[in-house]
Design a protein around this ligand. Sequence first.
Ligand code: DGJ
Length: 728
Amino acid sequence: MPITWNEKEGIFHLYNNKISYLIQIVHGKYPAHLYWGKRVLVMQPSSILQFKGRAFSPTTEPGKPAFSLDTLPQEYPASGNGDFRTPAYQFRTAVGSTVTEFVYDSHEIIQGKPRLMGLPQVYIEDESEAETLIITLVDSMLGVGMNLHYTIYRDLDVITRSVSFEHHGTQKVEILKCMSMSVDFHQSNWDWLHLYGTWGRERHIERKSLTHGIQSISSSRGASSHQHNPFVALLSKNADEEQGEVYGFSLVYSGNFQASIEVDLFQTTRLSIGINPFNFQWRLNPGDVFLTPEAIMVFSSEGLGGMSRTYHKLLRTRVCRGVYRDKTRPILINNWEATYFQFNEKKLKEIADAGKELGIELFVLDDGWFGHRDNDKTSLGDWKVYQKKLPNGLAGLANYVTKKGMKFGLWVEPEMVSPDSDLYRKHPDWCLHVPGRNRTLSRNQLILDLSRADVCDYIIETLTSIFTSALISYVKWDMNRNMTEVGSSGLPPERQQETAHRYMLGLYRILETLTTRFPHILFESCSGGGGRFDPGMLYYMPQTWTSDDTDAVERLKIQYGTSIVYPAITMGAHVSDVPNHQVGRVTPLTMRCHVAMAANFGFELNIDKLSSHDKQVVTEQIKLYHQIKDLVCFGDLFRLLSPFEGTVTAWMYVAPNKEKAVVFYYKTLAEPNPPFMRLKLSGLHPLLKYRIDEGLNEYYGDELMKIGIRLPLIKQDYASFIFQLKVS
Ligand code: DGJ
């Protein structure tokens, strides 16, 4: 997987066995984009770029009328000196101008991948896994250097990019915009796809044709958000789950982001992703360095499914960390939907007892165990046990649960403060706010100012004492509102617009410290469900609570959409009560189990109140989950039928050696006089023979994928089946 430099042509070629990425330094100054896609074996590189003078495109260099930055496909374009398209970066200089002139200065090719200090990132375990190109551009008048980092991986069709700025000059400068990557494709005949939603309806899929002009998604909520995930893809028109070219772009960041795609009138497509420039500004003083978050760029010539599998492997093995990275996760019971805030020790013990009897491995105590929290109006910040509910403290309950042979887990929401709390009364300036302005509440709470080091230190020490106060094996880290009045009492006026990004850096420091201090704890991130389901959080916490919507039908869309980027092992999924608390729908317990066990399986209901029949169902489903969990967690996902296209959904996980697979099939609505249906499988070995559910017949993978398996005729809404395939 080398990176080569053709000095004569000024061309870098980043490649592995399957992909190539080509950059040319044009006129010795401007990094231009030549190509990215399937591996190119032989080429005449100098023939790739074409030049032609275009009316109203300024002439960048005297005597070269055909050359204009406005029409050059670029790698990291500026604004103000001839390119009228979307810039990748913008500075304000000491004279108040936004015109800069960064040109190629030097480059370095490094074995491995340098670490990005203080940020989540894709990591390597061995230098031989990756190679990195750093192209340095300099604006000599400002004395600022800009390093474009590109890492190519040996075994994955992935390039990661990030940018660092180093100030060696003397003037004050401000960064107004600094995307993590930008790329100009030589065509625009594509669809784009992104994941949108809201609370309870996260990561639905939208696919649209690109149009001329700018199309973008973003978050300015101080979190990656329920509304848009930090991910977009470009798809060739013929791309589906199995075929066609797909380019995925994802940001390893949990705060404000923007992904923007501009199609110009010469059919060039410019795509960038990075920190949202809206309300962002960063003072770069002489001697300072600024790092952008990292972007993950995936190329697939095997459709959307191929792109997802690459993301899954990368996120699971080179973004997620810790002892749980390569382990299936314990089946849990969480008390939230069972009790909300109304519980006492006796009730919790009853839930734990019933859970243990049915084979559940982890009991999680959710919100309401601290301060005097009987509702969501109070006590965030006062992380002391609520004696009325837990007279024997956390340790008493944790000991009880642990003695039963279960693990004990705890919910926290450390980034928040309730106005009704001792913490707020003592430190009213510790929350995000703007002096003299209203402090807007959301879920009755304010956000602690994590751009302040003292606030972060306080959180670290408070949580350290909680996590050491009892036998805690799991932590659910919640975050239940978005940012308003984004200002900090710890920053001078000229740095106020750094607050949101400094908050993220503070949060990452807290998470790095705590996950290092408590390596045995399994952390699950949460933000009112999946409001911060992003690669940044996964770097610290290897799973995320996918959505507060636990309805089995709604979950099909949420989990299917989430799987576009994120592997099943990163998704929390629970069986809850019916009628469902979010949508009022009544679905069978078996279907609820079949949906939840397609990810990290858990329960969130009054399990002690289940009928003996339902308890029997749960016991059987838990047994089934143990049979399939390795495939769900570590297998390759193949999506077969989309819940966005009808009333049937199917997906399957295939073992890396192709000897085992598990197929999930769900039919939400019955139809009268139904036709015979077959389900075509995917990802199997065509020449291996498989037995389905220990049945008598054997089938070649080839026939299962081309002709498909027979589906039963079903006279029932909300039907679901799980088939296990094994090489015989
Ligand atoms: C939002 C989470 O998504 C829920 O699962 C639950 O933990 C509540 N917060 C508790 O307040």
